[in-house]
Ligand binder design. Structure first.
Ligand SMILES: [Zn+2]
Ligand SMILES: [Zn+2]
Length: 232
């Protein structure tokens, strides 16, 4: 007999649990993404708005039009939203228990997730860089769901940061969280700070890869992962 109750009886050790997001996963409330809310007082917003208006005017913007009158405030709100990653605490993210299916020597195949799109602000210019992340891991006794992987990448991306740091932070947190046999992170991004000014290399992309655990000494794992990441 199948009914809804029975459908929920999935053993906690089932690897597929990582794919079943949404239903019954309390972390989908994503409170960990907003545990440190930044609160700016209204008079701070007003002051920042006037500074921003002054800067935009000096650059040449006519602030006295219907389209631009609210631009300084909209800009600040967009900046605030784009840096919401500072409000989260990745340490509150939890993993699911599973079983290592690798036998006595504990070797199982890698799981590769991606592309995970992300948007970040470069800390050198405060201009956006954006692209996709691929994350690979070889689970041991803990796994996490795809939605959490996506949220973890975005938590570190929605800040003033650099591409290398996002990759390191994602890799190190996954190691801490899952204690897996290995973690690989690959990021591919377009940096508007180089594209919009100076040398106008419009098609250039920056690639970075990070290896932890088994990936550090096994080039076949790295090749398999990079092959998947480059296929998108
Ligand atoms: Zn930059
Ligand atoms: Zn294991």
């Amino acid at each position: 007999m199948t009914d809804e109750g029975e459908a929920l009886h999935i053993p906690a050790s089932d690897h597929r649990l990582g794919l079943l997001q949404g239903d019954g996963d309390p972390e989908d409330a994503t409170l960990w993404e907003h545990v440190k809310p930044r609160r700016l007082q209204e008079d701070d917003w007003m002051r920042f708005e006037s500074y921003t208006a002054e800067i935009f005017a000096a650059m040449g913007m006519d602030l006295d039009t219907p389209g631009t009158r609210a631009t300084p405030r909209r800009f600040l709100l967009a900046l605030f939203d784009s840096t919401s990653g500072y409000e989260g605490d990745p340490k509150l993210l939890t993993a699911f228990p599973t079983e290592c299916r690798g036998g006595p020597d504990c070797r199982i195949s890698q799981i590769i997730e991606g592309p995970i799109s992300f948007f970040a602000l470069c800390e050198h210019h405060a201009l956006p860089f954006h692209g996709v992340a691929h994350v690979g891991y070889i689970a041991h006794e803990q796994i996490i769901g795809i939605s959490k992987m996506t949220r973890l990448v975005r938590l570190f991306a929605r800040r003033f940061t650099v591409q290398e740091r996002i990759g390191q932070e994602v890799a190190d947190h996954l190691v801490e969280l899952m204690q897996p046999h290995g973690v690989a992170v690959h990021l591919e991004a377009t940096h508007l700070c180089t594209q919009m000014r100076g040398v106008r290399e419009e098609d250039s992309k920056t690639w970075t890869s990070f290896w932890r655990g088994a990936y550090e000494d096994d080039s076949s794992l790295r090749d398999e992962f990079l092959g998947a990441a480059r296929r998108g």
